[in-house]
Design a binder for this molecule. Sequence first.
Ligand code: GTP
Ligand code: MG
Length: 390
Amino acid sequence: MNIRRFVAPSMRAALDRVREEQGPDAVILSTGRTDTGVEVITAVDYDPALAAGALAALSPQPAAAEAAAAGPTPAPRVIWSQDETVLAMRREIEALRQMLEQQLARLSWDGLARREPFRAQVLHELCGLDLATDLALRLVDEMPPVARPENPAGVALALLLRHLPVVDPAPIEAGGPWALVGPTGAGKTTTIGKLAARQAGPGRADLGGLIALDCYQIGAGERLAAHARRLGTRLRLVATPAELSSALAATDGAALTLVDTAGFAQRDLRFAGQAAQLAAAAPKLRTLLVLPANADAATLDSVIRAHAALRPAGCILTKIDETASLGAALSAILRHQLPLAYLCAGQRVPEDLYPAAERRVWLVRLAVKLRAAARAVPAAVETREVRAHG
Ligand SMILES: Nc1nc2c(ncn2[C@@H]2O[C@H](COP(=O)(O)OP(=O)(O)OP(=O)(O)O)[C@@H](O)[C@H]2O)c(=O)[nH]1
Ligand SMILES: [Mg+2]
């Protein structure tokens, strides 16, 4: 490997010299400003390990004592210049890398298709549902031998059903205090109304009451108060950990107490405050995470991570009726193994709430229908047929 340092009045002049002297295969390791212009450090026959040592040798040496205090020399960081030529090169390198990755993925796909055509077909079916590719590959890797390799779509669905975690029976059926947590507008308050109405149905034990830890929004408790009035149960509005503790103590022993929380963006400081409040004030309070099915994969992923400290017993998937694809939601649930407790496919209280264990087959079939509908002429997929088919 040949490492060189070029100093020139401008980045363009430096890069011209690099091209002349080291040719088109030179790799830029770093760029920087000097008193007289810019410096560019380059390598041909690039070797990252050798480059680390050589770069350290090219940099000004710290005094021996400072070096000892600083510990091992960190690996050099490639600092990209803002020069337009360098930026263009960077874009080109990124495009090349993407092309290479696609080619490699294609090669391994083609390899799988040649070696195990049926597995490849199942993988194709899973990816067609918008499932994250790494998850689809994992499911296919864990696929047991199939006696009659004839129906890849059916096998893909069976795999999904087998791996999709579901709480059975739905946790709230066992009673106790439960808090619904989740991002802004996910459907926490609406779902509390649905769950409370379900509990208040004929033949059910009495509802202990509703608690709203949602003092941050104007009129926060109003919708919950309407649900409480309709069900003839009490709503307690709390704002501090002490108030939450005493409200929970007052409902101790009740068949079911539901706590509504405020939705915050995860980066909002109040998010951490509320989470700490819940954990400190109510160690017996269990949580369910409300996830909107129409959020994208990255959002769902970060929501689940942000709520991990609360150790949710499961999740409630809402807005199933509003999403064009269930791939992101199913991927998030599979990736984090966060069991599904309930499904919500509409705004009606209490009709549009279903225990996930009873409707998992419907959910997975809906995932297929939605993708088929998206590929064909836009057509309304009737999500509410859940009531008819299960
Ligand atoms: N289409 C559809 N809408 C829903 C569903 N669940 C809730 N909604 C609607 O989503 C909106 C927000 O619902 P809320 O229950 O207020 O959400 P939240 O999580 O309590 O919101 P914040 O308290 O602001 O964090 C309302 O208009 C609900 O009617 C669902 O399953 N499907
Ligand atoms: Mg709310």
